[in-house]
Design a protein. Structure first.
Length: 191
């Protein structure tokens, strides 16, 4: 990283810093991986690194990286995007299912709905989304429950955790791959 800053002495002169190293912005990088970097104030080093970068950049052509995604299917219908089936505290009995429509961008939230006393099994259950003709278009399965041609998610590890489809438009009929445990449920927003 190259940084050009005004000197703090108020002279208006520029200071040229070169940051050499690889430190990511996480605690793990410096504490666990023991990554290091050095910063050098040197106009000459700065100029040389700029020259090398620009020469390399100008030599590089367009680069296309292959994108390999096994068993990834983009949803083309409304899908179940999040399920909270084990609420605790004041939320006990307020289980919910969130839907996402990937075919209609910029949808406006319709508001809240108290539902009809939805009760889902904590050790396992199935939520099925059907179209107007009654045909299943999506399902989420967890725990000890089963549904034809669907692999179940093992379930959440604690109360108030939800199952969240990630990414929101993935639909591979493998709930363990399509859903992740969300420690802070996010009804009304997508990952």
């Amino acid at each position: 990283m190259l940084v050009r800053l005004h000197n703090a002495d108020g002279s208006g002169k520029l200071a040229y810093y070169s940051h050499l190293g690889s430190i990511n912005s996480s605690k793990v990088s410096s504490k666990v991986n023991r990554e290091m970097a050095v910063q050098v104030e040197s106009p000459e080093l700065y100029a040389e690194l700029v020259r090398v970068f620009e020469a390399d950049w100008n030599l590089a052509g367009l680069t296309f990286l292959p994108l390999v995604m096994r068993n990834y299917r983009t949803a083309n219908t409304v899908v179940i995007s999040e399920v909270l089936y084990d609420p605790s505290g004041p939320e006990v009995g307020k289980e919910w299912v969130e839907l996402y429509n990937p075919t209609v961008p910029n949808m406006i939230p319709a508001g809240t709905w108290d539902g009809f006393g939805l009760v889902l099994g904590n050790s396992g259950d199935v939520v099925i989304l059907r179209d107007a003709a009654g045909k299943p278009v999506d399902a989420v399965v967890w725990g000890n429950s089963r549904y034809p041609a669907m692999l179940p998610h093992p379930g959440v590890s604690g109360g108030d955790h939800s199952l969240e489809r990630f990414p929101a438009d993935r639909d591979g009929d493998d709930c363990a791959a399509d859903f992740r445990e969300q420690y802070l449920p996010t009804p009304g927003s997508l990952p």
